[in-house]
Design a protein around this ligand. Structure first.
Ligand SMILES: [Zn+2]
Length: 436
């Protein structure tokens, strides 16, 4: 197909796959065509990218992105959110279902999927709602969403917990037919009524209603038992406590098909930030104690937590500023996720770059059944590649982010690493750190 965008050949000269020795990666016709000794790949007719010193990873895959379209295009659109994703090194994102209207029908998931294709910055895999309107009462059209053009495999009422055990059991049973997975936002609603931050000594001091760890842990414990009983796949969203890690470890030791994700912010930030009363640090589940942060990092390192997922949650200024108690929970995450992984895991010696590739690409792609993503950087594989400069440092300026919203908890903070280039099926979506 001469003349197509994929027909351009790129030679990534001297790239370091997974942080290893330098090679030339040749991207041709949408495929990683060759990986040869550095400086040896022929460059006739190709575009050469100087990748000297840059770490090459498979394109990142996010299991948990809020794109806000349809319904809150003032906070984010598929276009702006996927731009942010590409700049963050992602080649695929799962778009959460709590839009307006809710993504609980084939029509809505196909709309989101189509908008993603039109934008072209990364693949968008819509997540389908588990229950109609996230109402927690009736199962949504799970099969119709699975059969739609969007081929939905991940279902979640995220933002809300599927708290009814009978409904949760039925959902787990239903998705077995098409190898789907239920992604649970584990939050027992009655235990967290009006919750504003982590429950503990500090919430008492600050006078903010507490969100106890047990409200998360009790739901995870119930659901791993339900998943084992049904023999279905369960995924736990944004795990935030040491106790949750212990339950997941036990479940995995028993061979239960449960996977889990943690957000970058739960790997770096802790509840002490609530003392600022700055709503930018308000998030659900809340930032936890330092001991939880340590347990989460260790769980990513030893693989009990499978994936790092952003929970990118853009909010318009009027929803995020003012009083802590009135602000919506949530933080931006797509453009800083890799930097936080580098700071919290690589620079602490807990994970190497191969581990980062596993937790930010391979395993999330597998959980979401995205067969064209999360593949090894080998000849013949799809040319979904991100180049990272691990030696770079950048200070986060909210005004400089591609997201339509500005609610980053890292404003003014200097973070390690920089995404230099992102390739989606051999076509650059980002070059020289800017949209291609
Ligand atoms: Zn959630």
């Amino acid at each position: 197909m001469s003349g197509s965008a994929n027909s351009t050949t790129f030679v990534l000269r001297g790239a370091r796959p997974y942080g290893g020795g330098p090679v030339d990666l040749v991207l041709r016709d949408g495929v990683l065509a060759e990986a040869t000794a550095a400086g040896t790949a022929g460059a006739a007719g190709a575009t050469v990218v100087d990748a000297d010193g840059l770490v090459a990873l498979p394109g990142l895959v996010d299991l948990h992105t809020h794109l806000r379209e349809p319904g809150r295009e003032d906070a984010e659109t598929v276009e702006t959110g996927t731009r942010a994703a590409a700049l963050g090194g992602f080649t695929a994102v799962h778009a959460m279902a709590n839009t307006d209207p809710v993504a609980d029908t084939a029509g809505v998931v196909e709309q989101v999927w189509r908008l993603g294709r039109e934008a072209g910055h990364c693949d968008v895999a819509p997540v389908g709602a588990v229950t109609v309107g996230l109402g927690g009462e009736r199962l949504a059209e799970l099969g119709a969403m699975a059969d739609s053009a969007a081929r939905v495999r991940v279902f979640s009422d995220d933002g809300k917990c599927v708290s009814d055990a009978v409904l949760m059991r039925r959902a787990l049973e239903y998705v077995k037919a098409f190898d789907g997975v239920i992604a649970q936002h584990a939050q027992e609603p009655r235990l967290t009524d009006g919750a504003q931050m982590n429950e503990g000594a500090l919430s008492g001091v600050l006078g903010l209603r507490g969100w106890p760890s047990v409200a998360e842990e009790a739901v995870i414990a119930r659901d791993v038992l339900l998943a084992a009983h049904v023999g279905s796949r369960l995924h736990i969203c944004h795990v935030s406590t040491r106790g949750s890690v212990e339950i997941l470890r036990l479940a995995k030791e028993r061979g239960i098909a449960v996977t889990a994700e943690v957000t970058p912010h739960h790997l770096l930030l802790d509840e002490s930030l609530a003392a600022t009363y700055d709503p930018v640090f308000k998030v659900n589940p809340p930032l936890r104690g330092k001991d939880d942060v340590q347990a989460l990092r260790q769980a990513v390192a030893d693989g009990v937590i499978d994936a790092i997922a952003t929970d990118h949650a853009p909010h318009a200024a009027e929803d995020k500023e003012g009083e802590w108690a009135n602000a919506l929970p949530g933080m931006l995450g797509l453009e800083t996720a890799l930097a936080i992984a580098q700071e919290a895991l690589v620079e602490t010696g807990l994970l190497d770059w191969a581990g980062v590739a596993d937790r930010l690409s391979t395993r999330p792609a597998r959980i979401g059944r995205l067969t064209g993503h999360g593949r090894p950087l080998q000849a013949g594989e799809p040319a979904n590649v991100v180049l990272v400069d691990p030696a770079a440092r950048r200070t986060i300026d909210p005004a400089g982010l591609a997201s339509r919203s500005r609610n980053t908890p890292y404003a003014g903070r200097t973070l390690p690493g920089r995404v230099v280039a992102t390739f989606l099926r051999g076509r650059p979506t980002v070059l020289d750190g800017a949209l291609a």
